[in-house]
Structures are given as structure tokens and as C-alpha cells.
Write a protein that binds this ligand. Structure first.
Ligand code: ZN
Length: 119
């Protein structure tokens, strides 16, 4: 077993983070956020915020956060969380269709493939 993961593989994982990042940003309601969507672990309002999952994810996966510092495992974990998020937004019509061509389903298909291939 070679411990070094190929570079393309990490870059591919990082690329896939762009779609949920955009989606979460678009969906978030920042009107009542006192921190301009910078998660603050010592603020109670952040702890009980209904958008805490998206907020934490976005803070960890901002494009300014270098993927160099993240392990492949970590990127996979973040992608899995993003998958749950995107899946939760799909209506039954998407899930029932075998090959839906919408952005969400196409992205989910790509992520499943990438995550599955590495197991
Ligand atoms: Zn769909």
C-alpha cells in the first residue's frame, strides 16, 4: 500500500466542495446573523442557531481555507456532510427518478462515484 494519495484525487474532492458551498451561501438567511456568517463558538446565539450546520461547514470549507492542510479523509467527511445537506433539499420526485439531470442530482451522482471509488 502506498500511503501517498495521488494529487488529482484531493483536487477532485476539493472541486466538488464548490457546489454545496455556493448552495449553502445562497440558501442561508444572514439577516439575523450578528457575525456575518463567521461561526463563533463562544456565542450562545451561534450554538442555538438553526443554521449552525451550514455555518460551521462554510467556515471550515471556505475557498480561502487551503485544501493542502486537509487530509483526504477530512475532505471526504466534509463531502459526506454536504451530501446530506443537498439530499435533504430534494423532493421525492428527484429521489424516485433513476437519473435526474438537475444540478443537485448530477452533483450527488459525482460525489457518490468519487467517494465510492476510494473505498
Ligand atoms: Zn434532481
Amino acid at each position: 500500500m502506498n500511503a501517498d494519495k495521488p494529487a488529482w484525487d484531493k483536487a477532485q474532492l476539493a472541486d466538488l466542495l464548490a457546489y454545496p458551498r455556493r448552495k449553502m451561501r445562497d440558501n442561508m438567511d444572514v439577516r439575523f446573523c450578528p457575525h456575518a456568517v463567521f461561526y463563533n463558538p463562544v456565542d450562545e446565539r451561534c450554538l442555538y442557531c438553526h443554521q449552525d450546520m451550514e455555518c460551521k461547514w462554510l467556515n471550515r470549507n471556505d475557498e480561502l481555507v487551503s485544501t493542502e492542510e486537509k487530509s483526504t479523509e477530512e475532505l471526504r467527511r466534509e463531502l459526506t456532510k454536504a451530501m446530506d445537506y443537498v439530499e435533504a433539499q430534494l423532493t421525492a420526485a428527484h429521489l424516485n427518478r433513476r437519473s435526474c439531470g438537475c444540478d443537485n442530482c448530477v452533483w450527488l451522482g459525482k460525489v457518490r462515484k468519487v467517494l465510492g471509488q476510494q473505498q
